[in-house]
Design a binder for this molecule. Structure first.
Ligand code: TSX
Ligand code: MN
Length: 597
């Protein structure tokens, strides 16, 4: 029981519906986490890793049917379907609640219901949002303890009268009297529901224990419900990293970046600059909440307190700071286990072991046809363990944002870097953000562009057209000098032989260097029909060994390719019924500039 009547009443109501054997109020302490981990190990749902190689770390393996966010089973339950828009699944709120009431009835039988008070954002930040998640999954409690400010302090704020977002979660696997539990209980796909009620600000998730389906502070609250609150209150809840950059003169810049999945957002958030004298520090790797300060500038906080990162592809070469972060006190999910009791995944440092236990618990031998770690296997680790974490990453005022990057994975057409002419043009660049469809996605044609406006397509809690209109309105609230400048970037352009033209990774600091010199007004840009591009001589390429003509290719504006791009963008816009007039105007203006050039 707490001192909040509203909270007690809700907890009591859900307990009566779901009939758990016990109710446990989480305090968020390390002892509590240790106890839950010990219990999970004892019950066979987690494996303790070798304490010499990976101290205080564990490995969880999920059910093979429960390995990723399920967009087909994700619903925005606003009063009207139009409000959810053409890109979200919709269901009437009353109808959804009736379905969920039936599913949750008795669904926690044989289990403990955990009460998780938590805060998204630093406890004392005026931008933070309080919430309480009810769940019957200890795995969720352990992960929420890392990813959010969970426990006593959040509860005290709620008891003092702070509003909280109710987040109900259940794995949907009740236990009958004497029934043996399984390592990863969950419900079949057709019974999974990840549902959001933007008007009443509630989240109800049933049937999945994995990631964004189950850790409700992240995608569900910080992005889907967050974007709905942000629209109403005049701020931005975005799927963006936050990077602190210090140049050799000691000047500090803060940059947000929207990147769709599989474009290396976490790697950029933890970048080690190759340019001498530059320092990069991490403020956040996934979500930015941006509010206007009294000075008319946008200030960002990272609402999370940890990283829930994709393991595959992470190595000392691609992301040394992530590797150091997960060297201890880390929860791993669905990666492979070595004979020494350490973790393994695709592209991790060192040779491929001869033998592993795969993510499903089966023997794997080098040369076997399947991947031993699941491609969506994860690490969960406290942000404070990252060597590059910025000293001020928890500043309750947030950090003032100088630039916003939007970057997709495009083999052609989109240049290495392109500065928008103004805010509206920048919003246009964000609205057409997209990535080539790679073999990882089976449902679309390989090579096509999958559009993902501001990387928010799966995360906007309301109509995507209205979401873009909100971005335009944000630009009307302040003046040009105070708003961040918006840049498009593309690390993934390829030559005719499909080789990457740009070295990427730490060398992206060369692009960041140009961006900061543009912010200071130190360098002129080349005005092109598509935006403001660097003069090659203004990019610091010292120490890079690039083939003759590569920079020209990286910055080329290919008119034929852009004709195709225009058609593709028109097609994309037509799929969204409410594209703001001002973005249509941007598209027409781009077409005119390309025709005149
Ligand atoms: O994360 C990436 N970034 C951003 C880093 C700060 N990746 C990995 C993407 C998969 C998630 C990249 N891959 C980047 C990049 O900038 N660029 C590339 C493409 C690339 C891959 C390999 C090489 C060069 C470019 N070179 C060699 O392998 C030697
Ligand atoms: Mn993300």
């Amino acid at each position: 029981m707490s001192k909040s009547e509203a909270l007690n009443k809700w907890v009591e109501e859900i307990a009566q519906l779901t009939t758990p054997d016990a109710i446990y109020w989480c305090d968020g302490s390390l002892e509590e986490r240790e106890r839950l981990i010990d219990e999970a190990v004892r019950k066979g749902s987690a494996i303790r890793l070798n304490s010499e190689l990976r101290p205080s770390s564990v490995l969880f393996r999920s059910d093979p049917s429960d390995v990723a966010r399920v967009e087909d089973r994700t619903f925005i339950c606003s009063k009207t379907q139009e409000e959810a828009g053409p890109t979200n699944n919709w269901m009437d709120p009353q109808e959804m609640k009736a379905i969920l009431r039936d599913l949750f009835k008795g669904s926690m039988k044989g289990r403990t219901m955990y009460v998780i008070p938590f805060c998204m954002g630093p406890i004392d930040s005026p931008m933070s949002i309080f919430a309480v998640q009810l769940t019957d999954s200890p795995y969720v409690v352990i992960n929420m303890g890392i990813m959010t400010r969970m426990g006593t302090e959040a509860l005290r704020k709620i008891e003092e009268g702070a509003e909280f977002v109710p987040c109900l979660h259940g794995v949907g696997y009740p236990l009958e009297e004497g029934q043996q539990d399984i390592p990863w209980p969950c419900a079949p796909m057709e019974k999974k529901y990840i549902s959001h009620f933007p008007e009443t600000r509630e989240i109800i998730s049933f049937g999945s224990g994995y990631g964004g389906n189950a850790l409700l502070g992240k995608k569900c609250l910080a992005l889907r419900i967050g974007s709905s609150i942000a629209r109403e209150k005049g701020w931005l809840a975005e799927h963006m990293l936050i990077l602190k950059l210090t140049n050799p003169q000691g000047e500090v810049f803060y940059i947000c970046g929207a990147f769709p999945s599989a474009t290396g957002k976490t790697n950029l958030a933890m970048i080690q600059p190759s340019l001498p004298g530059w320092k990069a520090e991490t403020v956040g790797d996934d979500i930015a909440w941006m509010h206007f300060g009294e000075d008319g500038r946008l200030y960002a906080i990272n609402p999370e307190s940890g990283f829930f990162g994709v393991a595959s592809g992470t190595s000392t070469a691609s992301n040394p700071n992530a590797m150091a972060s997960v060297s201890h006190d880390t929860v791993f999910t669905n990666v492979a286990l070595t004979d020494e009791g350490d973790v393994w995944w695709e592209d991790i440092d060192g040779p491929v072991p001869e033998h592993l236990i795969d993510w499903q618990g089966n023997d794997w031998h080098k040369g076997d046809a399947w991947k031993p770690a699941h491609p969506n296997g994860r690490f969960t680790v406290a942000a404070g363990q990252c060597p590059s974490i910025a000293d001020n990453w928890e500043d309750p005022k947030g950090v003032p944002i100088d630039a916003i990057l939007v970057g997709g994975r495009r083999p052609s057409t989109i240049p290495l870097v392109n500065e928008s002419f103004d805010w509206d043009h920048g919003v246009f660049l964000g609205s057409v953000l997209g990535s080539e469809v790679t073999a990882a996605v089976i449902s679309d044609k390989i090579g096509q562009v999958r559009r993902d406006p501001f990387a928010m397509l799966p995360f906007s809690g309301y109509n995507i057209g209205d979401y873009l209109a909100h971005w335009l309105e944000i630009g009307d609230k302040s003046s040009r000098e105070k708003l961040p400048k918006i840049f498009s970037v593309n690390w993934f352009r390829r030559d005719k032989d499909k080789n990457f033209l740009w070295p990427g990774f730490g060398d992206n600091s060369r692009v960041l260097d140009w961006i900061t010199r543009r912010l200071k007004g130190e360098v002129e840009a080349v005005e092109t029909p598509i935006g403001l591009l660097p003069k090659i001589e203004d990019l610091n390429l010292e120490g890079l060994d690039l083939r003759e003509g590569v920079m020209e290719e990286l910055l080329e504006v290919d008119k034929e390719a852009w004709k195709q791009e225009l058609a593709s963008i028109r097609n994309h816009y037509e799929g969204y019924e409410r594209i703001p007039r001002r973005l249509m105007d941007q598209l027409d203006a781009l077409e005119n500039r390309l025709n005149e050039a």
